[in-house]
Design a protein around this ligand. Structure first.
Ligand code: ADP
Ligand code: ADP
Length: 229
């Protein structure tokens, strides 16, 4: 399962100022769809609607054919895993950060998720800036490494649907490649919606939706969109 469907979805934070103006697309179960478009197009707004931080004012959003407004908040949270743009870590060990929300997870499960996300080398460590009163120095984690902590958490949670919010900030080539690899690994076998800021990240997406001023402007595969210019 895990099909995500937006049907003619409209929304505005202020009802007099529409932000999304009839957006429709489907992410078939297990597939990857990327939303790209200029800043202010409504990409983040769209992701907030899927998570029900806000409700659409028109149209429908469905997961496996069921309207999300009819799903409990708890099952929605269990169904969708978010790898956020900037991962903020709790002031506790990386292991704790991975297991957050899965207090029932065994040590073996946590270690397995950490290994898949390639953070097993430092799960006992503390994030940078943590409690200097105990005299422990934190790890200096790069943006890509912090994201891998969020990915390990997502692997442990094992949601059928993944929402991956690409960083807006300029990234060096090494970090960008690392994030692309992270994305490929965690999206395998899951329905994945990527909020993308660079077309280069979404070369592998099954479909790219170009959002402009709250409307779907183009859709297609990476090569099709490049051909269209
Ligand atoms: P994108 O992610 O494509 O950059 P957003 O969804 O963040 O676009 O923003 C779309 C529009 O909605 C912008 O005009 C933005 O100013 C506005 N907006 C975003 N968040 C809010 C909010 N919480 N309250 C009011 N307006 C918002
Ligand atoms: P859980 O239900 O297991 O607590 P969530 O799916 O709510 O997990 O959140 C997973 C991670 O994504 C957490 O680190 C949370 O803080 C973060 N997160 C949740 N919603 C958003 C969002 N809209 N934008 C960015 N990060 C988010």
């Amino acid at each position: 399962g895990g099909e995500v469907r937006f049907e003619d979805v409209s929304f505005g934070y202020d009802p007099r100022r529409p932000i999304l103006k009839g957006v429709s697309f489907t992410v078939p179960a297990g597939r990857t769809v990327a939303i790209v478009g200029p800043s202010g197009a409504g990409k983040s707004t769209l992701s907030r609607l899927l998570f029900r931080f806000y409700d659409a004012s028109g149209g429908r959003i469905l997961i496996d054919g069921q309207e999300i407004s009819a799903v409990t908040q708890a099952s929605l949270r269990a169904a969708i895993g978010i790898v956020p743009q900037d991962t903020v870590l709790f002031n506790d060990t990386i292991r704790y950060n991975v297991a957050y929300g899965r207090t029932d997870a065994t040590q073996g499960e946590v270690e397995h998720a950490a290994a898949l996300a390639h953070i097993d080398g430092f799960i006992a460590g503390l994030p940078d800036g943590w409690n200097t009163t105990v005299g422990e120095r934190g790890l200096k984690l790069s943006g890509g490494e912090k994201q891998r902590v969020a990915i390990a958490r997502t692997i442990l949670k094992n949601p059928p649907i993944l929402m991956f919010d690409e960083a807006t900030s300029a990234l060096d080539t090494h970090t960008e490649r690392e994030i692309q690899r992270n994305l490929r690994e965690v999206s395998r076998g899951r329905t994945t919606l990527i909020i993308a800021h660079r077309l280069s990240t979404v070369v592998d997406a099954d479909e790219i939706i170009v959002l402009e001023e709250g409307r779907v402007r183009e859709r297609g595969r990476h090569a099709d969109l490049l051909a269209m210019g």
